[in-house]
Design a protein around this ligand. Sequence first.
Ligand code: FES
Length: 165
Amino acid sequence: MLNVERAAGTDPIQRNLFRLLFVSVAGVLAPVTIAVAAIAFLWTPQTSVGSVNAGPVEDYNLLDMVLFEEGEFYLTRLPDRFLAINQRSTHMRCKVAWDAPSRQFISPCDGSVFDDKGEVVRGPAPRPLGTHAITIENGELIIEVGDENVRKRDKYDPGQGAEIG
Ligand code: FES
């Protein structure tokens, strides 16, 4: 730790000026440091566009919720269809976390809550989590990923998922 007394010498005026300078620099640096840390936390690079093979349909049990970190989506099996839910919240793009006991997604940035289909339970998130197109090819689940493939929506509709044949 910096010793203000020694750095400023013994002159009281010089010592007070040094203290003022020290407090001023610290007062400017602290908010800048906090702002840089906040931007670094919230800044999110784009997910590359492409597709993810999530494996065979029969690998999933009813109401499973599986995170695919690479593609930034959760895949869930509903009674009659699969739904791929984008992991980025619709407010500041924070990655939501799945809370299995409550069967809800929670945004770590502001506590917004979404249900198991991605609809808003509690804001400030303005709209449901986005979805991704799913196709089932030869019994395998193919999910279109990347920011350009995230589909915005105002509410859940079964057509947003892929029906199990
Ligand atoms: S930052 Fe995630 S919902 Fe607000």
